[in-house]
Ligand binder design. Sequence first.
Ligand SMILES: Cc1ncc(COP(=O)(O)O)c(C=O)c1O
Length: 325
Amino acid sequence: MKDLKFIEALLPQPTPVQRLDAFASYLGANVELTIKRDDLTVLPFGGNKTRKLAYLLHDALSQGAEIVMTTGAVQSNHCRQTAAAARMLGFKPILVLGGERPNTPSGNYFVDLLLDAEIHWTTMEARLETLNRLYEELKSAGKKPYFITYGGSNALGAAAYAFAMKELIETQNFHPDVIVFASSSGGTQAGLVAGARLFGYKGRIIGISVDEPEEKLKEKVANLATQVTELLEAPREITPEEVDVIDTYAKPGYGVMTEKEKNAILTCARVQGCILDPVYTGRAMAALMDMLKSGYFDDGTKVLFWHTGGSPAIFAERYSSEILR
Ligand SMILES: Cc1ncc(COP(=O)(O)O)c(C=O)c1O
């Protein structure tokens, strides 16, 4: 299998795996509950995109790029981490943000401004088109931009999570029966699924969809996971039927914090001292809490919640006042 190069300063060590005993017993669940802390990756405020950027920005450096550009929503964790990684490595960050420019900067957007990322505003629908147009304009002007798609989820970005699976089961020698986490652009899940095949993880990998319908996300993850195995020169055909997705919690819409996410954030903070975010990990944990309360898992099942980050969003004006209300 091919070993991919990455920026070691972005992935200096395995992220911790911790027990969530108090939380499991609070929910009356007789399982071994643990958490993998990818909210503690090394970029400011952490998150799953740091792993992807370690690989993507190595590629950007080897191509001689001088600008790194990507897109997301106003409270995008991916954009915040991309801008931070760009500054750390000496690239100029350009972000295309979808939505209304907030009057008062807060949360991830505030951090984007601290990092002095160049920001272009557009609608959520026109994000990719705008990013493409800017990319072409910069190239025509003789600049050297590096294009990163939604969530850093191309085969190279997703491959980072194949290696994250290796980190868990080989470096940390930890073998949960089930892994649960938030899934959106599908890169994290595709990497974990590909990594499971390549490195021999046999448990379930359940992506809690944050925004996509089940069928669409399964297909996206299967395609990307197949591409990851091809990139690593160990090709496997991964089909949508092999991908586990639950989309029930996505129904209220992307970024809409309901009582479920709010309850997950408050419970996890107050019972276990662990902070979740309103958009991704709060939604995924709401799903996991329902599973744990309803006896979805057999007694003794080893359940790992993979924390994918996102904490700055709790300081976003639209969420912070709501969470404590
Ligand atoms: C905190 C957090 N969790 C999960 C995800 C979903 O990861 P992916 O886009 O790889 O599916 C994201 C993506 O933006 C995120 O910011």
